[in-house]
Design a protein around this ligand. Sequence first.
Ligand code: PEP
Length: 249
Amino acid sequence: MIARKTMVAGNWKMNGSLALVEQLADAINNVKSSEIDIVLFPPFPLVSAMIASGVTTGTQTVSENTPGAFTGEVDAQLIKELGAQYVLVGHSERRSIYHESNDTVAAKFARAQQVGLTPILCVGESETEQANGETEQVVAAQLDAVIDKLGVAALKDSVIAYEPVWAIGTGKTASPEQAQHVHKFIRDKIAKLNSDLAQGLTILYGGSVNEKNSELLFAQTDIDGGLIGGASLKADSFTAICNSAKGTV
Ligand code: PEP
């Protein structure tokens, strides 16, 4: 059995402040452990402060382009130079509000890896897609966009986050069984192409995770940690979630 790294990642979205960086960094530095990777994704202006505070840091998006005339965009190489290590690609808010297609997400994934950043590829179905029984089809297409462009080997240096859109910010968490089912589907799909890679791949669950439901979710065989939105803005909740991920490897 190949050991997988457990991760708890916090997506601040368009929230946070310098004061909150300090508060969360103090709390995280107290619960850090070799058992889990803890990563925060603050808005761009807080990235340097987060890195300086000693917390492993990622960005919430990245440009798919190389430097040039792209006003408002941020280049992957610059993110890397600052000392960030991860980047979220394909978060459902980027897909729905900013109309990022599967192809764009795959291009961002490629650009992140080109400079040595680790992409966290977010996948997940909408409420309607779930109601129509299309979860596996939607998630497969989101994964295939990356696999078709870059080959399955590209997933080796990445993390996948399964985030059902209906569970993000709604308080409606997938049940541990529901989430495990989709995580297993993802791992089995990748295992058909490369079994060792699939066994070693960290797959996070995201969608209204809090300190009350994290332990049962993280205890599932194919759930290797969480991508946390709202609860990552509260030091007590986030550190409790981090602690619940310890010992689940
Ligand atoms: C997210 O933003 O990726 C997320 C999962 O948010 P929340 O935990 O608030 O549902």
